[in-house]
Ligand binder design. Structure first.
Ligand code: GLN
Length: 520
């Protein structure tokens, strides 16, 4: 059996039955990582030996007749925004270079308890801020379908590693689209569950009222399998939902007949690439042919999604990132000292020499005290430009005199966006449309224009603002051979419905089975 060609569901069944050892399965994927990651840069850390040791322990337990977890022997890649005790957790930031968390994220602990094998940590936009993976302090990720293009972001490494067969499953996080958009641009399936369905404990916080973890895999069925392990209540996360977790894999069956799908006319305005629009229309036609009905719905405030998100997310980020001051968390710049590597704590930045050092850093006279100087230099050198932009936007919008005009107003518009979805879901079961306005764009194409980069999120941010679920999966390819993504959004706690609708589509089509020709 060639593990790289198998679904996660098949791999787990094969390990359980003894047709495949966990070691052989893990070895196939780490070999693949070693063969192609140099060109894709999807991983920030891989630990071959540790993964093989974990796999060998699973095989030994199986031989001894001991019970195995639900994901026994399944290689999983984890976004570097989730805390792991056995890998550094950097959020692709110089600020956290070399940082080793003292505990595992709840999701990581659940994966381990289920006997999944964590093969490595994936590259991302710094602190999950970005839509192209070009904001990583550790280099761009390349789209396996065309290495000159972006895989999307911020979970670009997770999407690219699944697309390039380096892992059957990856974990991502989605604050404004960071699971669904890279999944769409890389031709895989990405699922952002309802806010609170999966614990955020141990996910490095970006915007706490929007952040949600989710699975990324080749198919909706594989996402359902992983959901059964990672979803559920966590008393350690105050926003975690207490509702029982259904058996998502058992709820995949059932036809699409009678499914009421909403179509939003405003989605088809300026900015939407015609090839993407056509791919999306073909997906609607496939759903209709399978017995679903399509209905026009309105989301009158969707057009305010981008300005609303780009106020609320930076406001929350400016607060969450205040902890990186060089004392409590993060690299510390020490005036007058050179770089000092401190075991387990990361690199100490050299004042005035850091990758992101600002002009004027050499002038010690501008600081009111050595402590303030340390804070300022540590933050100037530790954070990259996009993270600084978000902190400044958020700090400005929260400051006295502007709070009402910007932050409070954005919260009110968020309510209207939520209400639009509630009203639409009174008429339809799910809402469908494009994930992104274009297929994967060229690396460098939008880096000089932050607003153009923000507009890439126009179809995804509403899901997070409303706290609902969304799934994206491939529905075709452009003439140039790039995947086109389709998105379904459903009401709160409609996980089973979204996974089932996507799975049933994937039973009728084979877009999700296409692989990029990334030669080894
Ligand atoms: N692209 C969006 C941003 O830059 C979304 C990021 C995310 O979901 N983490 O904020």
């Amino acid at each position: 059996m060639q593990p790289l060609d198998r679904s996660a569901t098949e791999l787990v069944a094969a390990v359980r039955s003894g047709d495949l050892t966990a070691v052989a399965c893990t070895e196939a994927f780490v070999d693949r990582i070693e063969a192609v990651n140099g060109r894709v840069n999807a991983f920030l850390a891989v630990d071959r030996q540790r993964a093989l040791d974990q796999a060998a322990a699973i095989d030994a337990r199986r031989s001894a007749g001991q019970p195995l977890g639900a994901l026994a022997g399944l290689p999983v890649a984890v976004k570097d925004a989730l805390c792991t005790t056995d890998f550094p957790t950097t959020c692709a930031s110089r600020m956290l270079a070399g940082y080793r968390p003292p505990y595992d994220a709840d999701v990581v602990a659940r994966l381990r308890r289920a006997d999944a094998v964590i093969v490595g940590k994936t590259n991302m936009d710094e602190f999950a801020m970005g839509g192209s993976n070009e904001n990583s302090a550790f280099g761009d990720v390349h789209n396996p379908w065309d290495l000159a293009r972006t895989p999307g972001g911020s979970s670009g490494g997770s999407a690219a590693c699944v697309a390039a067969d380096m892992a059957p499953v990856a974990i991502g996080s989605d604050t404004g689209g960071s699971i669904r958009q890279p999944a769409g641009l890389c031709g895989i399936t990405g699922f952002k569950p309802t806010y609170g369905r999966i614990s955020r404990r141990g996910l490095v916080a970006f915007a706490s009222s929007l952040d949600q973890i989710g699975p990324m895999a080749r198919s909706a069925a594989d996402c359902a399998l992983v959901m059964e392990t990672i979803a559920g209540h966590d008393p350690g996360d105050a926003t975690s939902l207490g509702e029982p977790v259904p058996s998502y894999t058992h709820e995949l069956t059932g036809s699409l007949a009678g499914l009421r799908i909403g179509r939003v006319a405003e989605h088809y305005g300026p900015g939407l690439d015609p090839e993407v629009a056509q791919g999306v229309e073909e997906a609607f036609a496939a759903f209709r042919a399978a017995g679903a009905t399509i209905h026009d719905v309105e989301l009158p405030h969707a057009k305010y999604g981008i300005p609303t998100y780009y106020l609320i997310a930076p406001c929350e980020a400016s607060s969450n990132l205040a902890r990186y001051d060089g004392a409590h968390y993060g690299v510390r710049a020490e005036p007058g000292r050179g770089v000092r590597a401190e075991p387990g704590r990361g690199v100490r930045a050299e004042p005035g020499r850091g990758r992101h050092a600002e002009a004027g850093d050499g002038d010690a006279g501008q600081f009111e005290s050595p402590l303030v100087e340390m804070y300022c230099r540590s933050r100037a050198e530790g954070f990259g430009p996009e993270v600084k932009r978000r902190i400044m936007l958020g700090t400005y919008a929260l400051s006295a005199g502007y709070y009402e005009a910007f932050y409070a107003k954005a919260l009110r518009v968020r309510r209207l966006i939520q209400r639009d979805f509630l009203e639409a879901f009174a008429k339809v079961d799910v809402i469908a449309g494009p994930v992104s306005p274009t297929a994967a764009f060229l690396l460098g194409e939008k880096t000089g224009d932050p607003l153009a980069m923000y507009l890439v999120d126009m179809y995804t941010v509403g899901t997070n603002l409303a706290g609902i679920g969304g799934i994206s999966f491939p529905c075709g390819f452009t003439a140039g051979g790039l995947p086109i993504g389709f998105q379904l959004q459903g009401p709160a706690l409609s996980e089973s419905l979204l996974l089932r609708a996507a799975h049933q589509y994937q039973q009728l089509t084979d877009w999700h089975l296409r692989r990029p020709a990334l030669a080894t």
